[in-house]
Design a protein around this ligand. Structure first.
Ligand code: AMP
Length: 318
C-alpha cells in the first residue's frame, strides 16, 4: 500500500498582514515529482539540497546558496539506510523533523521531500549505482558500501526532483568528487555545486554527529581541525612533500591520546588518489573516532595557480 500524501498548500496565504509562503512537504515520490515539475514550469531553475536532517548552519548554508542562484529550492530529509554499515549509527542518528521543517521554511525553501524508507526502497529492489575506483577511497575504505548507498540514493533523488543544480557541502569532499564523477559519467543534466565547510567559532566542522559528543569529547574533537591547520601552516611555510605534511598532521592527532585516527590522507581532489607532492593542489582529509563518534574534516591546499583557494578546485561542474 502506498503511503498517503501529506502536502501543505503551494499557494501563499496571508495571516494578518504578514504574507507566508508555505513550504510544500511531500512524502511520496509521485507528489514530489509533480511538485518539482510545477516548480520548474516556465523554465524556472530548481535547486536541490539533499540532507539526512538534524539540520545545522552547514545545511542551511547550502539552502542559502541554492536560494541565491535558483528560482526555487527543494530540500530532502531522508536518513538513508543504504549508506550505513551494520554496526553504524542508523538507529540513533539524530532526528528533529519539526525543528528542521521550521528552519527550512525560515530559509525560504519551497519544497521538502521526506519519504519513508519503504517509499524510497520498494521490497525487492536490486539495482545499485557505484562509482568504481572512487567508492573505495577515503571513507569508502573504512565504510564499505557507504558510497554505493550515497550514489544510489542521490541518483534516485535526482530522478525524482530533476533539479537544475544540486548543492553539496565540501565537508564531505569524497562525496562531492564521487557525485561529480557519477553525474559526468552518466550524463545527469544537473550542475553540482560544492559549498564551503561551515565551522563552529572554535574551528570544529559542523556535523549532525557533533550532538553525540560529551563536553570532554567535544574538546578532543578540535584536534581534527588543529591537525589540518598544522598542515596548512607547514604548507604556507613552503613544504610541498605530502608525506612530510601528512606525518605532521598525524603527529598532531596523536597528541590527543583518546582520539583514534581512521585516516589522514593527502589526495588529488577529483581522483582521490594519494599525491606525492602538493605543488598542484591537494585535498587533505582526516577521519577520526572521538569516543564512539566518527568525525571527518578536510582542507584544500590550492595549487601554484591559486585555483580553488578555499573550497577546492573546480567548484562547479555540470
Ligand atoms: P548530511 O545531512 O550529513 O547528509 O549532509 C547533507 C549535506 O550537508 C551534505 O552535502 C553535506 O556535505 C553538507 N554539510 C554537512 N555539514 C556541513 C558543514 N559543516 N558545512 C557545509 N556543508 C555541510
Amino acid at each position: 500500500m502506498r503511503a498517503r500524501a501529506h502536502c501543505t498548500p503551494l499557494n501563499p496565504h496571508t495571516t494578518s498582514d504578514i504574507q507566508i509562503n508555505a513550504m510544500k512537504i511531500c512524502n511520496t515520490i509521485e507528489d514530489m515529482r509533480a511538485a518539482c515539475r510545477e516548480a520548474k514550469r516556465g523554465g524556472k531553475r530548481l535547486g536541490f539540497v539533499p540532507t539526512m536532517g538534524a539540520l545545522h548552519e552547514g545545511h542551511l548554508s547550502l539552502v542559502r546558496a541554492a536560494k541565491d542562484s535558483c528560482d526555487a529550492v527543494a530540500a530532502s530529509i531522508f536518513v538513508n539506510p543504504l549508506q550505513f554499515g551494520p554496526r553504524e549509527d542508523l538507529g540513533k542518528y539524530p532526528r528533529s523533523f519539526s525543528r528542521d521543517r521550521a528552519l527550512l521554511e525560515k530559509e525560504g525553501a519551497e519544497l521538502l521531500f521526506t519519504p519513508s524508507v519503504e517509499e524510497m526502497y520498494p521490497a525487492g529492489a536490486i539495482t545499485w549505482i557505484e562509482v568504481e575506483g572512487l567508492s573505495d577511497k577515503l571513507d569508502g575504505r573504512s565504510r564499505p558500501g557507504h558510497f554505493r548507498g550515497v550514489t544510489t540514493v542521490v541518483t534516485k533523488l535526482f530522478h525524482i526532483v530533476a533539479p537544475d543544480a544540486a548543492f553539496f557541502g565540501q565537508k564531505d569532499a569524497a562525496q562531492v568528487a564521487i557525485v561529480r564523477r557519477m553525474v559526468r559519467d552518466l550524463n545527469f543534466p544537473v550542475e553540482i555545486v560544492a559549498c564551503p565547510i561551515v565551522r563552529e567559532p572554535d574551528g570544529l566542522a559542523m556535523s549532525s554527529r557533533n550532538a553525540y559528543l560529551d563536553p570532554e569529547e567535544r574538546r578532543q574533537a578540535l584536534v581534527l581541525h588543529r591537525s589540518l591547520q598544522e598542515v596548512k601552516e607547514l604548507w604556507e611555510g613552503g613544504e610541498r612533500d605530502a608525506a612530510q605534511l601528512a606525518a605532521a598532521g598525524q603527529q598532531e592527532v596523536a597528541k590527543e591520546k583518546s582520539v583514534r585516527l581512521d585516516y589522514f590522507e593527502i589526495v588529488e581532489p577529483d581522483s582521490l588518489n594519494p599525491v606525492a607532492s602538493v605543488a598542484n593542489g591537494a585535498l587533505v582529509a582526516i577521519a577520526a573516532f572521538v569516543g564512539a563518534t566518527r568525525l571527518i574534516d578536510n582542507i584544500v591546499l590550492p595549487g601554484s595557480s591559486g585555483a580553488g583557494k578555499n573550497q577546492g578546485p573546480s567548484l562547479r561542474s555540470g
